[in-house]
Design a protein around this ligand. Sequence first.
Ligand SMILES: [Zn+2]
Ligand SMILES: [Zn+2]
Length: 295
Amino acid sequence: MLLTIQPNESLRSFLERHIYLDSQAPSAISLKQISRFYMRASAIRVIAAVIGSDNCYGFNRLLHDHTSYPQLALFRQASQVGYSGSKYLSSTTRFETEDVRPAFCIACVKEDIESIGFAYWRRDHRYVNVCAKHNVVLLKKCPVCKKSIEIHDHGYGYSLLWKGCKGRHVYEFREIINSDAREQTYSKIHEEIGRSRFYLLRDEVTQHLKEKAIEMASSEAISEEELEVIKSQLEFFRFCIPRLDSDYRPDHRYSKELIHVISTLYGSFGSLVDDIRQRGGLVRCIDDSMHAVGE
Ligand SMILES: [Zn+2]
Ligand SMILES: [Zn+2]
């Protein structure tokens, strides 16, 4: 039985759901070839083949919609053509790793069960502390036995959402509401980047944010101290990330510093994109670049 991959579902969640429901089904047997620890480019091609979109576009869509890769890929070098550069052709690049722990939101679990009948793991919840949609604190431990999810059961504990623990289910527990507004803004911007239909140029974005910060400091909308922090965060983003074609690692959280800057200056990624567009900067549709292979 082939399942439908859900909006924002992590690739690992999609794979583990197949194995959990029927480990002898042909789709589950194909997916079982994939490492239980890394989701490499070759694994993503296996998933693309299982869902019937085994081509460059299908590969790039999976990357953009179901991994954290857009956190880097949305901010391009001017010379880059294809969405994933040479990675479509390589097999070793890792796009998801169990080094970064999965997490879940109890409100999402309840909502999923009500709307589609089962819960699933979100790609974004690995990288943030609160759910962008519900402002609920994400859990990395089983609420029943308090064990970390990754050691909870076979296959890094993903079955917790489907079979529960000691006769109890996670939806029986109450959500803990987050009270830190910056955490929620961070999660929202992270999610907006993942869902974006547009890409920007990395150098243009950093230059634009720097000018905006200077402008806001001169009108005293932010302090001189905040301006200095922003400048160093932008330098970090610009110079400490690798080129897209070398040594990509999902656990590096490339957009972290940038999200903090966007949070202080704009409050949302959409407002930044609108501002760049209004000032004549490059804002291009990401879908157009997904058919192209190579640099
Ligand atoms: Zn949620
Ligand atoms: Zn448990």
